[in-house]
Design a protein around this ligand. Structure first.
Ligand SMILES: [Zn+2]
Length: 110
């Protein structure tokens, strides 16, 4: 499992890629479009099911929202699949990602 740590600063976003070595590989973006390019490249490289996303300083880079990241990386919180997953924003920074099957199971329980 590769961990990608997205750390926001006010004018740029740092993307740290932990591939298992001692130090992460670090890339940085000063725009949302460059950030999306970096994420697409890394996710295409590793496969999105193998990447775990962590965030630090969420909200510092004003225009970055979880909904910008989620479509790139979403996998189901319950079963970890990447098929048919949709993400719901909960409050300002929280989110919930569930695949169709788990969402149905959850709805049946309610
Ligand atoms: Zn699921």
């Amino acid at each position: 499992m590769v961990t990608i740590l997205i750390k926001e600063f006010t004018t740029w976003i740092s993307v740290r890629i932990f591939e298992g070595g001692e130090f992460p590989r670090v890339r940085s973006a000063s725009s949302l479009s460059h950030f999306r390019t970096i994420m697409s490249e890394e996710l295409a490289h590793f496969g999105k099911g193998n990447v775990r996303i962590e965030r630090e300083e969420s909200g510092r880079f004003g225009s970055l929202r979880w909904c910008d990241i989620a479509p790139l990386v979403e996998h189901c919180d319950e079963c970890n699949t990447t098929e048919n997953v949709s993400t719901v924003q909960l409050g300002e920074f929280g989110h919930e990602s569930l695949c169709e099957d788990c969402r149905e199971d959850l709805l049946e329980k309610v």
